[in-house]
Design a protein around this ligand. Structure first.
Ligand code: GRF
Length: 193
């Protein structure tokens, strides 16, 4: 079967993107990153993608803080279509997704969140877990809908919260779990077509 064509949206470091790209290179995931888009011009994910020979585009998000302006989101849709992207992968993308993109890829947009949803949705979920004294946390891959971290859960991976954990140490443990879970979920999607 032809490799599944992925479009990755990020705003930051892109370590999940790297985990996915590595899984592809190592022959563990029958996919191809057709396009990387960032809403932050200086995001490391853009450079990392270009260094790997991938197309990586900055799209100016417009005047809102929590979402893209509709014109900007439409530009993202146009780029994804141009590259014949089949599934959209949010990897550290900080904005909510709205109508033009959701309608263009119904049930074809997924996100990874650093907690066991529905626990600790929203920002700095690892800090929320430490502050709440949780014994267990983890990460969740879920479908994206118009809400924040509210879409149907696809898969989760647990990590323990250790005595003496700081938000940072828990975050690092959760991220290591993310780097396993995200490629694994994509493999299931690619193989299940
Ligand atoms: C991850 O921890 C993910 O859970 C959250 O954003 C972070 C992205 O990190 N949605 P990276 O850019 O993939 O390193």
């Amino acid at each position: 079967m032809a490799p599944l064509r992925l479009g990755v949206l990020g705003s930051g470091r892109g370590s999940n993107f790297v985990a996915i790209a590595d899984a592809i290179t190592q022959g563990q995931l029958n996919a191809e990153v057709a396009l990387v888009v960032a809403d932050v011009e200086s995001a490391a994910i853009l450079e990392t993608a270009r260094a790997r020979g991938m197309r990586a585009e900055y799209v100016a998000p417009g005047r809102f803080r929590t979402k893209m302006e509709p014109e900007a989101e439409q530009r993202v849709v146009d780029l994804l279509r141009e590259e014949r992207v089949e599934w959209v992968v949010l990897a550290g993308f900080i904005r909510m997704i709205k109508a033009p993109l959701l309608e263009a890829f119904p049930r074809r947009i997924i996100n990874i969140h650093p907690s066991l949803l529905p626990a600790f949705s929203g920002l700095e979920a690892w800090r929320q877990a430490v502050e709440a004294g949780a014994a267990v946390s983890g990460c969740t891959v879920h479908y994206v809908d118009a809400g924040m971290d509210t879409g149907a859960v696809i898969a989760q991976r647990e990590v323990p919260v250790m005595a003496g954990d700081t938000p940072e140490s828990l975050h690092a443990r959760i991220q290591a779990a993310e780097h396993v879970l995200y490629p694994e979920v994509l493999r299931r999607i690619a193989d299940g077509r």
